[in-house]
Design a protein around this ligand. Structure first.
Ligand code: PGA
Length: 247
């Protein structure tokens, strides 16, 4: 499988900066078919990024969508709209969204809705520091996986292991040692196997303060086939370097 490098721009970049960033990435890497490049800009930047990446091998996705039962819903991001814009991926269950109220039950519902679309979910799984400190990390991610995937019926899903304490701006600047990330990848893989998801249909990614310095330590092609990168991905030259390091 080709290495996957996902840029999660979060709210770091304005719509204009997001377009400039993807234009630079496209110029530098847009012809390479040796990796899967995915950019997830903020919701307000999606239209511009979609236009800037038209016809490119670099794909784009949404950072989230909402479940709505009516069009009378102010301020939501509809699945229909991200489909229309051409999103091939969407992030679900990011710890920043979980902290804002995205429960496992809601995540399962979102995944069920995505099952009948061509959009591939990027499901984020990861434990907080308090859980890790009391030795419960493996059980915690296992439970998340079980609940979130309970009614998933789609063909392909990307699973990103993102220990919350290792995420830039949230953690305690504690990088997750690669060996520990690999140990957690084995926990996730065994959970996925028990739930009937073969590795090809559920590749694992690592996320949490990844940069061009550390990216090659995580992407071994076996435990992790790629990375989900926030802060460092917002600098196009850094994104390009990360891709070059995993090719
Ligand atoms: P980070 O974010 O690379 O800035 O730590 C990763 C993520 O939250 O997806």
């Amino acid at each position: 499988m080709k290495p996957i490098v996902i840029a999660n721009f979060k709210e770091y970049l304005s719509p204009k900066q997001s377009v400039l960033a993807v234009q630079t990435i496209r110029r530098s890497l847009g012809r390479s078919k040796k990796f899967t490049g995915i950019v997830c800009p903020s919701p307000t930047a999606l239209t511009g990024v979609a236009k800037a990446l038209k016809g490119s091998f670099i794909l784009f996705g949404a950072q989230r969508f909402d479940v709505t039962s009516s069009e009378a819903a102010t301020g939501v991001i509809a699945l229909r709209d991200i489909q229309t814009l051409g999103c091939k991926y969407v992030i679900v269950g990011h710890s920043e969204q979980r902290a804002a109220g995205e429960t496992d039950a809601l995540i399962a519902k979102k995944l069920a809705l995505l099952s009948s679309t061509a959009i591939v979910p990027i499901l984020c799984i990861g434990e907080p520091l308090s859980v890790r400190k009391r030795g419960g990390a493996a059980r915690y991610v296992h439970t998340q996986l079980q609940k979130d995937l309970a009614i998933w019926k789609g063909k392909k899903i990307l699973i990103a292991y993102e220990p919350i304490w290792a995420i830039h701006g949230h953690g305690k600047n504690l990088p997750c040692p690669p060996q520990e990330a690999f140990r957690m990848a084995a926990v996730l893989r065994s959970g996925l196997r028990k739930q009937g998801f073969p590795p090809k249909a559920s590749p694992l990614l690592y996320g949490g303060s990844v940069s061009s310095v550390s990216v090659a330590d995580y992407v071994d092609g076996t435990s992790f086939v790629g990375v989900l990168v926030g802060h460092a991905s917002c600098k196009p030259s850094e994104y390009v370097r990360m891709v070059q390091k995993v090719l």
